[in-house]
Write a protein that binds this ligand. Structure first.
Ligand code: SF4
Ligand code: SF4
Length: 305
C-alpha cells in the first residue's frame, strides 16, 4: 500500500477470542457491526475518493467470511488494494486453512496479515499461524505475520518459532491502550527516535472516522483524532479534514519527539516514552494540544535545524 489515501476499515468489533492486550475489541467496549450493504456503498464511495488501499480490521473479520468475500470482491472491482487482519482461529487444520486461503485468493484479496503474540497464542494454537502462512505460500497469497511484542525476553521463544519456520514477520510494539493499559511497561532502551507516524485513518462500524488507525479513538479528553461520521459527511470531506490538519501532517513528517521538545519536555524525559504514550501525552491534553495548535502555522512549523 504505497499511495496516499489508505484506511483501516472496522467492519465489526466482534472477536471470538479475548486478548489481554487488545486495543480494538477490549473489555467493556460494545460489539458493533456495519451493515453489508452500507459497507459496499462506502467502498464504492472510497474508490471515487481516490482511496487505493483498505485494510479490514477491528475485531476478527473472518468471523464473517462470506461478507468479507463480498467486500474484497468490491475492492477488486474498484481496483483497491485489500488486506485482511486475522488472528488465524480458522486455520486449525491444513485442509481448512487451504480452503479459506484459496477462497480469499480467488476472491481477489491482495494480502493477509496474521496476528501473532504471546497474548494471541493463549487462545489460538501457534500451529494455526503456521498453517495459515504455509497456505498463503502454497496459493500465492501475499502475507505477513504481525508479531506484537513488548520486547521482553520471554517473547524470544515466540520469535524463534517464526524464524525456525522461515515465516515472514515484522515486530510491532505493543500499544498500551484498551486492555493493555494496565500491563506493566518494561523500560525502553532506545536512543532518541523521531516517533513519526503514517497517520492512516480508521473507520469504525458506527461510521466514525479517526485520523489514526491504531488508537486515535482512545483520546477521549480532546477527541483530537476524531474526524466525523460518514452519516453526515462524505469520505472525501473527512479525508480532506485529515489532510489539511497541519498537526497531523507534522506527526507524519516532523515526528512526536520534536514536538515534545518544542513544548519544553526534557530530552531525558522524552526517551522514557513509547511512541503512542508520547502521542497521548501531547494530544490527549487540552493544554498541550492548544499550545501545539496555536504555534502550528508559525513557530512549530519552522522548528527545524
Ligand atoms: S484477536 Fe485482535 S481483535 Fe481479537 S481480542 Fe485479540 S487483539 Fe483484539
Ligand atoms: S503515535 Fe499517535 S497517531 Fe500514531 S498510532 Fe500512536 S496514537 Fe496513533
Amino acid at each position: 500500500m504505497n499511495n496516499t489515501r489508505q484506511i483501516a476499515f472496522g467492519y465489526s468489533t466482534r472477536c471470538n477470542i479475548k486478548c489481554n492486550h487488545c486495543v480494538a475489541a477490549h473489555d467493556g467496549s460494545p460489539e458493533t457491526k456495519m451493515a453489508l450493504e452500507s459497507a459496499i456503498q462506502i467502498i464504492d464511495e472510497m474508490s471515487s475518493s481516490h482511496v487505493t488501499g483498505i485494510s479490514f480490521t477491528a475485531g476478527e473479520p473472518l468471523l464473517y467470511l462470506d461478507e468479507m468475500k463480498e467486500l474484497v470482491r468490491t475492492c477488486k472491482m474498484q481496483d483497491i488494494y485489500s488486506r485482511i487482519v486475522t488472528n488465524g482461529y480458522w486455520s486449525k487444520t491444513r485442509d481448512r486453512s487451504d480452503e479459506v486461503v484459496s477462497t480469499l485468493k480467488d476472491t481477489g484479496l491482495s494480502q493477509l496479515r496474521i496476528s501473532f503474540s504471546r497474548w494471541h497464542q493463549k487462545n489460538v494454537n501457534r500451529e494455526n499461524i503456521l498453517n495459515a502462512a504455509l497456505s498463503c505460500q502454497r496459493y500465492g497469497l501475499d502475507y505477513f505475520i504481525s508479531f506484537v511484542t513488548d520486547f521482553r525476553k520471554e517473547d524470544d521463544v515466540q520469535e524463534q518459532f517464526l524464524q525456525d519456520n522461515q515465516l515472514k514477520y515484522f515486530p510491532e510494539p505493543l500499544i498500551y491502550f484498551g486492555n493493555a493499559t494496565g500491563i506493566t511497561r518494561p523500560p525502553v532502551f532506545t536512543d532518541y527516535p523521531a516517533h513519526r507516524c503514517a497517520m492512516n485513518p480508521y473507520l469504525s462500524p458506527d461510521l466514525d472516522m479517526f485520523a489514526c488507525c491504531d488508537a486515535g479513538n482512545q483520546f477521549t479528553k480532546t477527541d483530537a483524532f476524531y474526524l466525523g461520521n460518514l452519516k453526515s459527511h462524505s469520505v472525501d470531506h473527512l479525508f480532506q479534514k485529515k489532510e489539511k490538519n497541519l498537526l497531523f501532517h507534522l506527526i507524519k513528517t516532523m515526528g512526536l519527539t520534536a514536538m515534545a521538545s518544542f513544548l519544553g519536555f526534557k530530552a531525558s524525559e522524552i526517551v522514557k516514552y513509547r511512541k503512542c504514550d508520547l502521542c497521548e501525552t501531547l494530544f490527549n491534553s487540552t493544554d498541550h494540544l492548544e499550545r501545539l495548535k496555536k504555534s502550528a502555522t508559525t513557530k512549530l512549523l519552522h522548528w527545524k535545524r
